[in-house]
Design a protein around this ligand. Sequence first.
Ligand code: TPP
Length: 269
Amino acid sequence: MKIDYAEKAKELRRSIITMLHDANGSFSGGALSCTDIITVLFNSFMRVNPQNPNDPQRDMFILSKGHCSSAMYAALVSVGLIPKNELKKYGKNGTRMFIHPKRGTYPGVEVSTGSLGHGLPLGTGSALAAKILGCDARVYVLMGDGECNEGSVWENAAFASFQKLNNLIVIVDRNGLQGCGRDSQILNYGDMGAKFRAFGFHTIDIDGHSYAEIENAFQQATTLHQDRPTAIIAHTVKGKGVSFMEDRLEWHYKSPDDEQFSAAMEELS
Ligand SMILES: Cc1ncc(C[n+]2csc(CCOP(=O)(O)OP(=O)(O)O)c2C)c(N)n1
């Protein structure tokens, strides 16, 4: 049966907005820009088993842009790795549902992230370890485009392609905005795909809100059996799905108030 990605993504966005509203101080725009990518990835490609979450053969998802954890937690709920009522604890004192995720707090939270530029090094090491152990696991690393300003990203891009890590799939959420402005004004990487190609990656540019293009990109990345890692450059809109948040810098770090919460939920109903 064909998966209704649009409906599943809406459900994820409703969970995200609820978490962000209740936490009263979190990252909205970047969680919504990557929701469609995460929806397709978790529904159709991630090989995880809630009955055996630590299976050494499992795929790993690393949310390198850790500030967008609300999207990851909602996805982990959708595949049965976290009970839904845990989401009520998001960002609350005294709980382990941290805004910047911590390894080991929940199944599927594979590494601690939040300090940008560390997810790809950790993913590269994990993908190399899987190769050495002869295990078929894949490692997916989701990064922000602002995050790509970190030097560690490119050091690891070089290493990953040198090691021919075809089990490593990087997704760049290319929403064009970062914490303090537009990428184009802060450090313009221009054609991000060309940069990853220069480092030896297979690259695919997609509309990060087209379910068909997202599905096709993951399909390519997982079936081409080439001798190199893949970078999917997903062109997205920060705040996607809630009209008054779309492509607005102020929503990088801001939670909806009661009125904005109701308006957003109505749009997503
Ligand atoms: C090493 C490091 N420097 C600075 C920050 C503060 N910070 C949090 S989010 C962010 C902007 C990230 O932009 P981008 O990667 O484009 O994420 P997105 O737009 O997808 O939210 C910054 C600078 C951080 N978390 N880590």
